[in-house]
Design a protein around this ligand. Structure first.
Ligand code: KG4
Ligand code: ZN
Length: 351
């Protein structure tokens, strides 16, 4: 039949995400069961608990996705599912369920790389051609790559320690931002962004630029985190802060951290642009930067990247916020892109 419907399943971290898209990339339905509130209560993700929650929610989530699209498994052409990277205990639940469906309904499985899905989903609503530069910033990763094709990524650099989203989450917890009612249900990164927007004197905290002397495209966020924790500790001592209190300078410290993170991201992206130029990796007449992953939702970071792109004549693209964070749509979309590519290769070999 001419109808192509791809079912996408994502369980790499703490969200059970599922979506169906058709051959034109139209989203027919999407359902995401978030574990965010549970993990906020626990002060972080506990892999065993995440696995139990995925196991509980995977079947209802897939069923609901089919219902909302008014489709049955018979109408599905292929099942795209996240293979890696992620929490092994979480990944296995999605993989097992996809295999079970594949066997039962005789459908092909398309294994998906989570980071590639973050990068490629930008092509869903924007006219972006290969090759393009991508900056992926999330709770688990930070990397720069040239995307040559659907399944050909050239890694330029990555984090040597932790990821920026992870630092936002940890620091937000140490600062007790969740005790502020308006921040109590949002993730660490969003809370830091909101607090930073209320800063009056962000320059009162000095945070050094990581890897300032290095000319490669790698990242490091550990020093930055330690520096923020040190400033926090000093202020808590100074004000004799007790259990649930926040330091009075919390907004300024959030802003200082966000600014330091942004400076580092800009510095490395600028370096990647130079590297692409020196090595002819990106055509001069079509320079495109895609920024994706949960941290890409941050408007301060995105505006700074926009300014960089203005100076360097790059066009910048960011998926809609809902598609920047983990979701089933990006997995289905990557499945469709792979499906299309195989189909084209078959056509060519038949000529
Ligand atoms: O891509 P994602 O949903 O999951 C991973 O694959 O990690 O990213 C989640 C991360 C979290 O660490 C969260 O704090 C961060 O993205 N994040 C933000 C913002 N919104 C989400 N970080 C900074 N600013 C934001 N507005
Ligand atoms: Zn992700």
């Amino acid at each position: 039949s001419t109808n192509i419907n791809i079912l996408g399943i994502e369980t790499s971290c703490d969200d059970t995400g599922c979506a169906i898209i058709n051959r034109n990339g139209k989203i027919l339905s999407e359902v995401c069961h978030s574990q965010n509130l549970m993990h906020l209560r626990n002060g972080g993700i506990i892999p065993d608990i995440a696995q139990d929650l995925h196991r509980m929610h995977i079947e209802p989530t897939v069923t609901k996705t089919l219902e909302e699209a008014k489709l049955s498994m018979e109408d599905i052409s292929a099942i795209a599912v996240t293979l890696k990277p992620g929490l092994p205990l979480s990944l296995v639940i999605g993989m097992k369920y996809a295999k079970h469906l594949g066997r039962r309904f005789n459908k092909p499985i398309i294994p998906i790389h989570h980071m590639q899905a973050h990068a490629l989903v930008a092509r869903m609503h924007h006219d972006i051609k290969f090759p393009f530069l991508v900056l992926l910033i999330s709770g688990g990763h930070c990397l720069l790559a040239v995307v040559q094709d659907v399944d050909h990524f050239q890694l330029l650099g990555e984090s040597m320690d932790c990821a920026p989203g992870e630092v936002f989450d940890k620091v937000a917890r140490s600062m007790k931002l969740r005790n502020v009612p308006e921040y109590s249900t949002i993730c660490g990164g969003q809370a830091v962004e909101a607090a930073a927007s209320k800063a009056t004197n962000p320059n009162m905290f000095k945070i050094a630029l990581p890897l300032a002397e290095y000319r490669d495209c790698n990242f490091s966020f550990n020093g930055l985190k330690t520096s923020v924790m040190y400033h926090l500790y000093k202020k808590e001592q100074e004000h004799k802060i007790v259990a649930h209190e926040l330091i009075p300078e919390v907004n300024d410290l959030c802003a200082a951290m966000l600014m330091a993170t942004t400076r580092h991201l800009i510095h490395r992206t600028q370096r990647a642009m130079e590297f692409c130029k020196d090595n002819n990796l990106i055509p001069e007449d079509r320079k495109q930067l895609v920024v994706s992953g949960g941290v890409a939702c941050n408007n301060y970071i995105f505006s700074a990247l926009q300014m960089l792109c203005n100076e360097t004549n790059y066009n910048i693209y960011r998926p809609f916020p809902k598609l920047c964070t983990d979701n089933g749509v990006m997995i289905a979309w990557n499945g469709l892109e792979k499906w299309r590519k195989v189909w084209i290769l078959q056509l060519i070999s038949a000529l």
